[in-house]
Design a protein around this ligand. Structure first.
Ligand SMILES: [Zn+2]
Length: 270
């Protein structure tokens, strides 16, 4: 069995230690307090139960630490990756945090309102029923959050992936949104009319009946939308993939269209 530099106490001989790697050590139960530490990579330490408050820590990757039940409030932490921390029940309000990656944390029931957050990737958090409305949030991936029923109107959001959220009924009109992935949202009955949206992937949204006229849209992937009967005439559209839209009766004639895929659309009148 390999031991990490904490278990061997090798770290004690290192002066001015700013970055510490002790990943995949299954013996490690606690991280010692190393005052000058700025980056800590302790992913895959499956016995780890405690991380101390390290005052200057800016980056923490503790993904796959399956025994970890809590994350401390680290005052200057900017980036936190706690993906796959299956025992983690909550995340505290970390004042300086801007990037939070917490994919696959099934015990997590809530994500608090962390004011400085710009990126939030909380995909596959199956106990999560809502996501916080953080004004400055730009990127949100909450795909595969099977209990999520709504998305708040987050004013600064530019990128949203809410694919495979079967309980989601609608997506609000988020003015700054440029990219929207909402594939496999079986309860979704409409697509919001967001003028600046350039890329939309709503494949396999089986309750969708129509794609509205979204003026800025360039790429539209709507394959497998089996209830879809019509697509609006979107003048700037460059790519359209509407294969397996078995109810689709017509598609608009768009002069600028460069890529068109329409296999298995039996109702289409050509
Ligand atoms: Zn170790």
């Amino acid at each position: 069995m390999t031991m990490c530099i904490i278990c061997t106490e090798e770290y004690k001989t290192m002066k001015n230690l700013e970055e510490l790697d002790c990943e995949d050590c299954t013996n490690l139960t606690e991280i010692p307090l190393i005052p000058g530490l700025k980056k800590l990579y302790c992913f895959g330490c499956t016995s780890l139960t405690k991380i101390p408050v390290i005052p200057g820590l800016k980056e923490l990757n503790c993904s796959g630490c399956t025994s970890l039940t809590e994350i401390p409030i680290i005052p200057v932490l900017k980036k936190l990756n706690c993906t796959g921390c299956t025992s983690l029940t909550k995340i505290p309000v970390i004042p300086e945090l801007s990037k939070l990656y917490c994919f696959g944390c099934p015990s997590l029931t809530e994500i608090p309102l962390i004011p400085g957050l710009t990126e939030l990737y909380c995909a596959d958090c199956t106990s999560l029923t809502k996501v916080p409305n953080i004004e400055g949030l730009e990127d949100l991936n909450c795909s595969h959050c099977t209990r999520l029923t709504e998305i708040p109107l987050i004013p600064g959001l530019q990128y949203l992936d809410c694919s495979e959220c079967p309980s989601l009924r609608e997506i609000p009109v988020i003015p700054g949104l440029k990219t929207l992935y909402c594939t496999g949202c079986a309860s979704l009955t409409g697509i919001p009319l967001i003028p600046g949206l350039t890329k939309l992937n709503c494949a396999y949204c089986t309750s969708l009946t129509r794609i509205p006229l979204i003026p800025g849209l360039k790429k539209l992937y709507c394959f497998g939308c089996t209830s879809l009967t019509g697509i609006s005439h979107i003048p700037g559209l460059e790519l359209l993939n509407c294969s397996n839209c078995t109810s689709l009766t017509e598609i608009p004639l768009i002069s600028g269209l460069r890529h068109l895929t329409l296999e298995n659309c039996p109702m289409l009148k050509v």
